[in-house]
Ligand binder design. Sequence first.
Ligand SMILES: [Zn+2]
Length: 120
Amino acid sequence: MTAYDVPPSDPNQVYDITVGRITVNPPLDPENARYESFVGRALEADSSFFEDGEPSMPEPPAPVVLACQHPQGDGVCASTQLRVRGTWNTPAAIICENGHTWQGTVEMMRSAISILRRTS
Ligand SMILES: [Zn+2]
């Protein structure tokens, strides 16, 4: 368990967070990503891999900046100035600076709450 996984004291508290740019992991489930990366490294037979007993967690895939995908003009809005709203246990409702809304994931909401708690 990391701090990231610890719910707030009141998991039903509704957060409304201006996150600006928010980074998300690529579609792959983070647990699966770690597992695949772990297996990949183990199979490389890296002799140093298990030297220190507990194998260290491999790096997850590089996060990407989430941008609004709503059509606007000839392209997409692509705004990265976002707000998220929700609770620890509900998917993020995402609102961009231009008023487009869409639904994110529970993970997204949790990471926004975690960022908020780290910075406040
Ligand atoms: Zn937008």
